[in-house]
Design a protein around this ligand. Structure first.
Ligand code: HEC
Length: 118
């Protein structure tokens, strides 16, 4: 009887140690995914900019309805200049609002990665 209890104890210890630990659930893959227009940038532009910057209603003369239009505006510095202005600056974009830091960082990263489309 003692042996059985001992065996059960040993097997319990064995299984409890080999059970999935939180570390095992974390994906160890390095983050290699690049920021792309289709996956990351276009959703930001659509939700935050397009209402005022589309082909029919071009605030400041600018439409950001396509990859090329938005890429050119980031490339010439206008977009990053406007989205990184201090809160309360009348030229800050989106007008009357503010992008979350995570979105600003994505746009900066997208530029650094070379404006990948997809
Ligand atoms: C509520 C409307 C509105 C939204 C939303 C908006 N803008 Fe604007 N934007 C304007 C207006 C109006 C102007 C022109 C006045 C000015 O230059 O500040 C402008 C001008 C700009 C300019 C300057 C263009 C130039 O040639 O000088 C840039 C760059 C810009 N917006 C980028 C953005 C970006 C990027 C977003 C989204 C993150 C955005 N805007 C969202 C209304 C808006």
């Amino acid at each position: 009887m003692k042996n059985i209890i001992f065996l059960l104890l040993i097997s319990w210890l064995f299984f409890s140690c080999s059970a999935t630990s939180p570390e095992d659930l974390v994906d160890d893959e390095p983050i290699t995914a690049s920021v792309t227009y289709n996956d990351d940038i276009s959703p930001i532009v659509e939700s935050q900019c397009l209402s005022c910057h589309n082909d029919n209603f071009m605030s400041g003369g600018n439409s950001y309805s396509s990859y090329v239009q938005f890429r050119d505006a980031v490339e010439n510095g206008e977009v990053i200049n406007r989205i990184t202005r201090p809160v309360g600056d009348p030229e800050k974009m989106p007008q009357g609002g503010q992008l979350p830091d995570s979105s600003i960082n994505l746009i900066i990263q997208w530029q650094a990665d070379g404006y990948l489309e997809n």
